[in-house]
Design a protein around this ligand. Sequence first.
Ligand SMILES: Nc1ncnc2c1ncn2[C@@H]1O[C@H](COP(=O)(O)OP(=O)(O)OP(=O)(O)O)[C@@H](O)[C@H]1O
Length: 617
Amino acid sequence: MKFISPSDWKPEGVCLEDAALEAVVTNKNLLVVAGPGAGKTELLAQKACYLLQTNTCPYPRKILAISFKKDAKSNLAERVERRCGKELSKRFDSMTFDSFAKSIVDRFRLAIPEEYRPSRNYEITNNEILQRIFIKHYPDAIHCKKKSELKERIHATIKKEISLPHKSQTLKNLWHDLLNDNETGKSQVTFSMISILAEYLIRTNPLILRALNATYSHVFLDEFQDTTFIQYELVRTCFLQSSVKLIAVGDSKQRIMVWAGAKTDVFEDFKDDFKSVEKELLMNHRSAPRLIQLQTSLYPLLNKGKIHIQPNDKWDMQDGEANLYYFDDCDQEAETIANEIKNLIQSNVDPREIVILVKRSLASYTCKIQDKLNELDIRSRDEGEFQELLKEDIVKLLLSVLYLANERNADKWMFLTEFSLLLDGIIDDDNQFENMGKIYNSIDTLISNCKKRLIRLSVQKDETDLLKLMNEIVDFWGYERIKTIYQQYNEEKYFRELISRTAQLLWSEFILNNDWVEAIEYFEGKNIVPIMTVHKSKGLEYEFVFFIGLEDQAFFSYDTQTNEDNCTFFVAISRAKKRIDFTFSRVRKDKNQHCIKIKKLHQVLIESGLVQVVKKL
Ligand SMILES: Nc1ncnc2c1ncn2[C@@H]1O[C@H](COP(=O)(O)OP(=O)(O)OP(=O)(O)O)[C@@H](O)[C@H]1O
């Protein structure tokens, strides 16, 4: 392998601002703070290429990238592979925090002292089991009024002691019963427990720590503002006393996971602990100039001084539009918003470039808009579960096979064949061409068999047969072999649940029109306007954003979590590339709505001079 000299290295495909380029080539611990659309993911991808192509990450050491979300993890890995090829990107391990911790526990489980060791076949527990065992040790929890309240209490209790061994005997007993659950015969653990166990393993086993530090020369930490106490402790234990270089990227203005345990002083602690250099990026490649101005007018609410954020030069300075509607009721709101969406689609905007956002309680804020959209023949849906399933490699594999059984598609064919080649280890094989031919033939056979089965299913209409077919497609490669490529499926129960949920959702769409291609495209979201909460929209971007319900009721905890709610509002605004519309309805669900608590949010919009206020009376 021929490496490039660091002085000859150039970023590929994009132009990086000075601070970003410095962050790429600096070989020190780094904290990169940057606002929305600054290209934080791109910066990490470029940095990975630099380190690998110049051998600054010296062979055979690797880069470990830790993200929060599965799609962010895959997105980063894909970009690195696209930029520096398959060979070099083999030394780029992209994982979520949960899968990183789990991989440590799975590999070194036997080194955990017996009292804390999960069984070999441990399960990521579900709420029911967790509640059953929790209430035994904390009987007063039975008085929790809502399930969500109890869930929060359980997770908060587990997070009370993030360092083993426990001091509290009750907590220790709770762990004991979770790890030795008689009813299931398997250890029941949460992801927080896995991170706590991983930290304990590394802290008490110098050999494992040394192996980890020898494996990785650099560690990337994406969306760093959302790092929890437990996760930060794990990072410290793994890398503080080592020569491994850490690069954390994040934006404190987008810190919206405090309710889930995000550590609010994580940037300061990281700078102190790792003596990191701080770089600030000042570009926003996503939003039109007037929307960037709108975002910056929110800075005082986010405790951030005014700075000049530079738009990408593809925009005209006058680009960007924002509207604030005051409606009498939700019928008026639904009528107007549905028609606005219709006009956009009629002017050739892809429905996937439009999003309807809500702060919470998705259905109650959007059901009327959805009904109106239906009347206009525009499909929309709660993106939540589909978004989760579509991130899953096994779901992508199954949908590709089923699609190809109905229609040609080059991307899906490539995806399938690349997966098969990888599984059979043929990429670097001497008999590559002969073996590739065999693989193409076997995939062809799989697809034509599926075709016959799907035709039969269209007549017999038996949902269980679809699940059976999906499991047979899995058998074509074999679960055990799939696991070797996609280690996230080590737990078979989880893997099978994904397949069964995919079959269910696909079937319920199929029976509407008796058309497999339509059903698969629906599943994939084609021509459908997505609806989601702001939390789910994090990291995503759309040309047109409709934020529904800028009302006190939607921000019901605004008084007690003002900072976090302001950040949530900022995240919503910063998803838009071209235009954002906000709505307020004086009556919703038969109740009068107000904007007294969140007056400041309305004020900022109105006083910015960038938002057109549309009063509907
Ligand atoms: N250097 C660049 N030049 C041009 N476009 C870029 C550059 N970097 C990123 N982009 C584009 O800008 C958009 C935003 O990038 P990205 O999603 O990486 O930003 P981010 O900093 O992670 O934003 P957020 O924090 O809001 O999720 C994407 O469409 C990306 O393709």
